[in-house]
Design a protein around this ligand. Structure first.
Ligand code: FMN
Length: 196
């Protein structure tokens, strides 16, 4: 049907954040994995979803868990993303795995955290889709880690007219906003870079 690589590459053009989803098994052991399939679903009731590969070693844990938590990683947490993307390791080794209010392990230093009560599991081809009701959340002013075409990245805000004026790259004249000499030089340099 589809070329699998081409399909993956096309999906990878969709920019996402990076999360770590955590839960405890019945013995109380902490589990977690890196996931960018997280998405918001509903505001009222508050619900989110994410999907887990049927190949994942943590699948039985999330199937049985009554609660799980999604941690939206901050830009300085790339090493945590790598750690939780490695299957089979004791991913919590050396971390203090305290629990959040909902009872799932807490990863510190995140941009946001959503503690959830597990609600539904759906079939999604070679993934299981988990839907949870958010029972607790937390947010901190932090730049998020992003993921695009298989690589980590950072958010670059599109500059506003005020930003360009503040940086001396544009100025207001009778004809509206126009580039300054510095703005024109920068544009020419970027165009040359794009052609090279
Ligand atoms: C940025 C990133 C996003 C990922 N997103 C998902 C995901 O949404 N679902 C999934 O099942 N695996 C995802 N993975 C892969 C898992 O993190 C990886 O397979 C992990 O080793 C699974 O751990 P486990 O086998 O211990 O459950 C992602 C990996 C990376 C690096």
């Amino acid at each position: 049907m589809f070329d699998a690589h081409a399909f993956r590459d096309a999906l990878g053009t969709f920019v996402t954040g990076v999360t770590i989803v955590t839960a405890r098994d019945e013995q109380g052991q902490p589990f977690g994995l890196t996931a960018n399939s997280f998405n918001s679903v509903s505001l009222d009731p508050p619900m989110v979803l994410w999907s887990l590969s049927l190949q994942s070693r943590t699948l039985p844990v999330f199937r049985d868990a009554e609660n799980w938590a999604v941690h939206v990683l901050a830009a300085d947490q790339q090493d945590m993303s790598d750690r939780f993307a490695q299957s089979g390791e004791d991913k919590f080794a050396g971390l203090t795995a305290l629990d959040g209010p909902e009872g799932a392990p807490l990863i510190e230093g995140c941009a946001a955290r959503f503690g959830c009560r597990a609600r539904f599991e759906y079939e999604g081809g070679d993934h299981a889709i988990f839907l949870g009701e958010v029972v607790d959340f937390d947010r901190r002013e932090a730049e998020p880690l992003i993921y695009h075409c298989g690589r980590y990245g950072r958010v670059m805000q599109a500059p506003s007219a005020q930003d360009l004026e503040r940086q001396g790259l544009a100025e207001r004249g009778s004809g509206g906003l126009g580039l300054t000499a510095a703005g024109s030089d920068l544009l020419a340099a970027l165009q040359a870079l794009a052609k090279s």
